[in-house]
Design a protein around this ligand. Structure first.
Ligand code: GLN
Length: 537
């Protein structure tokens, strides 16, 4: 077998940036012409993050095939340019569900089902199956959580078994924290030493150790880690906080991470070529001004809940050589006519109303849309943001004062459901993975703003919604100037709406943020930034 497996695990604590670490390694290996695959294993018991609160888990990242996954998969796609698929995101819940279903179907022929070997085998099969699907030379596997978590043990046991089976073709990279103690005025390596020991206790050794720190890690400390962790000094790699996540691959490349991994795996004749990345990154770094963007979402201040939106905005701003300043607009405060919040709204160069669920803050969002429409402030609506735009237009331009979405009118008080259930969604009771999910085509009407932005008449975008703009009202909305500039191919579902005569008020039922990339911004986001007067012309 010439397939190699590189596991990326975490030590000491979570939130160290394992996803960025794995994505950066993948980027470097890919630049060396290595065929890679990349996946995330999550030890929690939910089947997928689709039903988890953004407070707990951040954004749900949606793939082309409709899988609702962890936001790390967003980074995998943005870094590597590879398209992820459902099997790239595997939770313990999914593994247990598969094994227990097999048990009910009698596949185990009356045997006793155990963590070892049944769960561990299922984990291994998932990894190998995906590596095969990608025909990966090097399969990268990020393990969520921290070594030492009870839940992570079956996964680590699966790694140990693969190691026994495939020897040096299985390698482990650990990202651990080297904390800085204010009082002592120094970086401490003990937590890292203990984390390595935790890994060793599970029969695994670290082949590469990334020392994550908020300060530069001196050579002497790297040597100390190498000594106590019993690992070659050149394989302890400092991973200090850098100015941008997109600098991480360059930082790793400067440390020869790619070469070290290739050497460990015995892959010869290939070398990382990161000049494209470097050029893209440097282009992003060159700014001539700044742009302020108001984000009117539900989870105020919770960046993780809108990770892809923020990434897409940053990409658009930086690529226009503007430094983005993203500010949260709290629509519950707008609802209460909070003076400061209204001032904040007024001072923004442009506004984004991102996706969301539930009624909280909705009235405030409608007012934000009204403000942008009346004051001609650039507005981009994403999914919920498109529904908000249609409701606002119906209320304040068509005079349907009770216009709303079925989602916000459980008691059925409104006569005008401008936004209503997609017909087949109405009867669904199971909440997991049942929305209209994933990539669907959209046809763009020539001569519209959408057409100018995309420069083509057919696009494919990712979706995640249960409701849609009600076509009963689209003739009236269109007659009043809210143009439907994108339709699904059957012409039943409005996909893009835009306000005629407004410099930039456009919204999509889909989520363009999921396919925007760091060095090539998505047209809807690029258009938003270009429409501000901050954009160099
Ligand atoms: N709640 C709305 C719907 O289900 C919008 C969803 C979203 O913004 N992702 O249609």
């Amino acid at each position: 077998m010439d397939r190699r497996y590189l596991f990326v695990v975490g030590g000491v604590c979570s939130s160290l940036g394992k996803g960025i670490c794995a994505a950066s390694i993948a980027t470097i290996l890919r630049s060396a012409g290595v065929r890679i695959g990349i996946m995330k294993l999550d030890p929690y018991l939910n089947i997928d993050p689709g039903t988890m609160s953004p407070y707990q888990h951040g954004e749900v990242f949606v793939l082309n095939d409709g899988a609702e996954t962890d936001l790390d998969l967003g980074y995998y796609e943005r870094f590597t340019g590879l398209s992820m698929q459902r099997d790239c995101s595997v939770s313990a819940g999914k593994i247990y569900q598969q094994v227990l279903q097999g048990e009910r179907e009698g596949s185990y022929l009356g045997g006793t089902i155990q963590v070892v070997p049944h769960i561990t085998d299922a984990i291994q099969q998932r990894i190998e199956g995906l590596a095969e699907a990608y025909d990966a030379e090097v399969m990268l596997i990020e393990l969520g959580g921290t070594v030492g978590d009870i839940e992570a043990d079956p996964f680590l046991e699966a790694v140990r078994r693969m190691k026994t089976q495939y020897h040096d073709q299985v390698r482990v990279a650990m990202l651990g924290l080297v904390p800085y103690l204010q009082g002592a005025g120094e970086l401490k390596t003990k937590p890292m030493q203990l984390a390595v020991r935790e890994l060793n206790r599970r029969g695994l050794r670290a082949d590469l150790l990334f020392a994550r720190a908020d300060k530069p890690v001196p050579e002497s400390l790297l040597e100390k880690i190498s000594l106590f962790a019993d690992i070659e000094p050149q394989c302890v790699i400092p991973a200090p906080t850098v100015e941008s996540i997109y600098a991480v691959p360059l930082h790793f490349d400067a440390q020869k991470v790619g070469e070290k991994i290739l050497e460990k795996f015995g892959i010869t004749g290939k070398a990382p070529q990161m000049h494209h990345w470097k050029a893209g990154y440097e282009r992003r770094q060159h700014t001539v001004g700044s742009v302020s963007i108001g984000l009117a979402g539900k989870y105020v201040g919770l960046d993780d809940a809108y990770k892809s939106v923020i990434e897409a905005l940053e990409s658009a701003a930086y690529n226009a050589h503007l430094e983005p300043h993203i500010t949260w607009i709290d629509t519950e405060k707008i609802e209460m006519d909070d003076h400061l919040e209204r001032q904040k709204l007024a001072s923004m160069d442009c506004i984004v109303v991102p996706g969301g669920f539930g009624i909280r803050g909705i009235e405030g969002k409608i007012r934000v849309a009204q403000y942008c429409r009346e004051r001609k402030k650039p507005y981009l609506g994403l999914c919920l943001g498109s529904q908000i735009l249609a409701i606002e237009y119906a209320r304040n331009v068509l005079g349907m004062t009770d216009a709303t979405s079925e989602e916000f009118d459980e008691e059925g008080k409104s006569q005008h459901h401008i936004v209503h259930f997609i017909p087949e969604q109405r009867t669904i009771t199971d909440k997991g993975g049942t929305m209209r999910l994933g990539a669907y085509d959209c046809l763009i009407t020539p001569g519209t703003l959408a057409h100018r932005l995309y420069g083509k008449e057919q696009i494919t975008e990712r979706h995640r919604h249960r409701y849609e703009i009600n076509t009963r009202y689209t003739p009236a909305l269109e007659a009043a100037g809210l143009r439907v500039s994108g339709w699904d191919p059957s012409h039943k579902l409005p996909e893009i709406v835009e306000v005629e005569g407004h410099p930039y008020m456009i919204a999509s039922q889909f989520h363009p943020e999921f396919i925007s990339s760091p060095f090539t911004p998505h047209p809807l986001f690029a258009g938003l930034i270009a429409a501000t007067d901050k954009s160099p012309r």
